[in-house]
Design a binder for this molecule. Structure first.
Ligand code: GLN
Length: 473
């Protein structure tokens, strides 16, 4: 409509802002708003009026998780530690979306430093699930998924260290993609566990997600782990076809712990894919049951190292009263970090300590290699692997926040993609009898985001578009 001059970028932004005015009080998806969004939308309209050649997402609003650095706009990681931090530079993905002419609406709520699965560990406030505000939106990118589901933005960026794009997308009934490790620059993403995390797009239809993934992909000289792999135009190459596609059903991920409604809905989806020519087989990855244990050791170890920089000297919060340097460090970190972050720092320091390194961290690294080998063996025979994204639908706010083990178990199905670096996508798959959405997960070989998107697109086309979102008035 924008390209055909049936509407303007300003009108789209006004629409989104109207939704924000209507729903944000009940949802709480945002931590701050971009004061210059209207100005940017006007600039795009002027360029469009001059028939300038612009990217396909020029003029489209996007919300960004608050651990992605935005020059001049507060970036907090939902932590007291960074409550007043204003980055002096942009993350590479921010430069990319701005060059593409996208309109930043604001920064979204999250679990503190990405640690959590419900957005409840945010220092500022919880975010509510737009499908039922008594429930969590998932996490840690809960603000981003909730914003898209509630129509408070068209697209969003999240980050996924152990499932934080896919899990909230499952709980909120939207699409979320975790790209191959190295596909998207992490420069300017405030680090939690650097070897596991990627920034990924969240949207309501596959085309949108394919466009955004195309824009943010590519080598970046400022991120030494970014890959020089060729970036295709995922959108232009989208194909709704699964003929001959070999789909492996991950046996261990359909265990008795998984909600029956979710399993049945996925079986139903698989029968649709089969009818359209996909070939199904059940495959096993026995060691993947240790993925969760390995993940929490590796992620905490990296977190304890990455978060050492918050010392009250170089960044962020400093305690107002102290008598000496050591007291300043202790008080600053005790007051600046929340409980979940402290738990990770302590666990990470423990598994890296000289007495326990061999027993924990080294074993987790070995297990990472074993699991990676299992996945690459299976992916020699299968094009796509399928599983539920989450063991259940969203839980109630407050229900698990004091039970860290239960919260952690929640990540059982998503962490393997981070440990192995493989790309994975959450695709909406249905709604439970309680009216809460859930998704399924596709995993493919490294750098084969195109196949993930094509499979999701094929499914979306066969069922005539996803209808699990909220009915927006
Ligand atoms: N829930 C997981 C954790 O707390 C994943 C978080 C993430 O992907 N950022 O570590």
């Amino acid at each position: 409509m924008l390209r055909n001059k049936q509407c303007s970028a300003v009108e789209i932004l006004n629409d989104v802002n109207e939704r924000i005015d209507k729903t944000e009080n009940n949802i709480g998806a945002y931590l701050s708003f971009n004061e210059n969004s209207l100005l940017h939308a006007q600039t795009i309209d002027e360029l469009l009026a001059k028939n300038e050649e612009l990217s396909y997402l020029a003029g489209i609003p996007i919300a960004v998780k608050d651990n992605i650095s935005t020059k001049g706009i507060r970036t907090t990681c939902a932590s007291r530690m960074l409550e007043n931090y204003i980055p002096p530079y942009n993350a590479t993905v921010i430069n990319k979306i701005q060059d593409a002419g996208m309109i930043l609406t604001g920064k979204t709520n999250m679990d503190e430093f990405g640690m959590g699965s419900s957005t409840e560990t945010s220092f500022f406030k919880p975010t509510h699930n737009p499908h039922n505000t008594d429930y969590v939106p998932g996490g840690s990118s809960g603000g981003s998924s909730a914003a898209v589901a509630a129509g408070e933005s068209i697209l969003a960026l999240g980050s996924d260290t152990g499932g934080s794009v896919r899990q909230p997308s499952s709980y909120c009934g939207v699409i979320g993609l975790k790209p191959t490790y190295g596909r998207v620059s992490r420069f300017g993403l405030i680090a939690y566990a650097s070897s596991l995390e990627q920034i990924g797009p969240i949207g309501k239809c596959v085309k949108d997600v394919a466009m955004l993934q195309t824009i943010i992909s590519g080598y970046d000289k400022y991120d030494s782990t970014s890959c020089a792999h060729k970036t295709e135009d995922f959108y232009k190459l989208l194909k709704a076809d699964v003929k001959g596609l070999k789909i492996g059903i991950l046996k261990e991920y359909f265990s008795s712990d998984i909600n029956e409604e979710i399993k049945n809905s996925i079986y139903n989806t698989l029968s649709i894919l089969k009818k359209n020519g996909a070939k199904l087989k059940v495959v096993s990855i026995p060691m993947s049951v240790y993925a969760l244990n390995s993940y929490y050791i590796l992620a905490s170890a990296e977190a304890s190292s990455n978060l050492a920089r918050y010392d009250g000297v170089k960044f962020g919060y400093r305690t107002p009263e102290y008598n000496n340097l050591s007291e300043m460090y202790i008080k600053t970190r005790s007051e600046g970090f929340g409980d979940e972050v402290k738990r990770r720092i302590m666990l990470g320091t423990f598994v890296l300590s000289s007495d326990y390194y061999e027993d924990y961290h080294k074993k987790a690294k070995k297990m990472q290699a074993v699991i990676s080998n299992e996945f690459s063996d299976i992916l020699k025979d299968c094009d796509i692997l399928v599983s539920p994204t989450t063991t259940d639908t969203a839980f109630k706010i407050g229900e698990r926040i004091n039970n860290p083990i239960k919260m952690i178990n929640n990540d059982f199905l998503t962490v393997a993609a981070n440990i192995t670096g493989l790309p994975a996508i959450n695709v909406p798959c249905g709604k439970s009898s309680k009216g809460l959405p859930f998704g399924m997960q596709f995993i493919s070989n490294k750098f084969n985001e195109q196949l993930l998107l094509n499979t999701a697109y094929a499914y979306e086309t066969y069922i005539d578009g996803f209808d699990f979102g909220l009915k927006l008035d």
